[in-house]
Design a protein around this ligand. Structure first.
Ligand code: DC
Length: 246
């Protein structure tokens, strides 16, 4: 298979991370979790007492932390100034602050540049997951997928992930998700948005395995098309999965 660049976008709770890691592992591609990068810079801001409610202070600090992402889908890593940040970036404190930090244009410019250089260096191809990958970061990606799911399904999945880590009830999780999606979709710089040429997959009624199978098929078709294949890539995969609109 040729080295493909795949953008997977969508709101939280749609199965983006699980799907992206699984398809990258199945196809021998690298994997980049861009949400982890925004979480990492947010964690650094909180740890360094940068007032995250002050966009000018956040903008001024945006160049300071060194953020390094490991792109093995079997063991993705994230480090800030040489310190493993994979635990701290998942705290409620970071989750509550990340939308404000990631709305600042200077933060997005810094992280977008990092993402483009990682994608350019991934010689074997890469799956990049986020919110604005197909629209802004990698507009020339070989395949763009936009995952959606009902708010109920997304809240149920997110509650499942949080189980044991934090006391959480479904309606509170649903409200928090909707609030974060609204902030991410309505920000001025590079909002969460489906690219015109993205393939939309509604995961509400699908298992993770079904979503993975669908996206693997889409990638294989896109790779064949890139190699000069028949060119019916997304449509035939869509028909096979029966869950896709474009
Ligand atoms: O996928 P996640 O929940 O870990 O992402 C955390 C936050 O980062 C999310 O609320 C929005 C932001 N984000 C973004 O603005 N752009 C991206 N490409 C990825 C994430």
């Amino acid at each position: 298979m040729s080295a493909v660049i795949v953008a997977i976008d969508g709101p939280s709770g749609t199965g983006k991370s699980s799907t992206s890691k699984a398809v990258a592992a199945a196809l021998g591609l690298s994997y980049l979790d861009t949400g982890a990068q925004y979480r990492a810079i947010t964690w650094w801001m909180l740890s360094n007492d940068v007032p995250i409610g002050d966009p000018e202070a956040v903008a001024a600090a945006a160049v300071r932390p060194e953020i390094v992402s490991g792109t093995d889908p079997g063991a993705p890593t994230i480090a800030v100034d040489g310190v493993d940040a994979s635990g701290p970036i998942r705290t409620q404190e970071v989750t509550a602050a990340v939308s404000a930090v990631s709305a600042v244009a200077e933060v997005r410019a810094r992280i977008t540049e990092l993402q483009r250089s990682i994608a350019a260096g991934a010689v074997g191809g890469i799956v990049v997951e986020g919110r604005d990958i197909g629209t802004t970061v990698l507009p020339d990606a070989d395949l763009k997928v936009f995952l959606t799911a009902s708010p109920e399904a997304r809240a149920a999945r997110r509650s499942g992930e949080l189980k044991g880590k934090a006391a959480t009830d479904l309606s509170a999780t649903r409200e928090a998700l909707i609030k974060r999606d609204h902030a991410d979709s309505s920000r001025k710089t590079s909002p969460l948005m489906k690219a015109d040429d993205a393939v939309e997959v509604d995961t509400t009624q699908l298992t993770l395995d079904q979503v993975v199978e669908c996206v693997v098929t889409l990638i294989e078709k896109a790779a064949a098309e890139k190699d000069g294949g028949s060119g019916r890539a997304e449509r035939s995969a869509a028909a096979k999965a029966g869950q896709i609109s474009k």
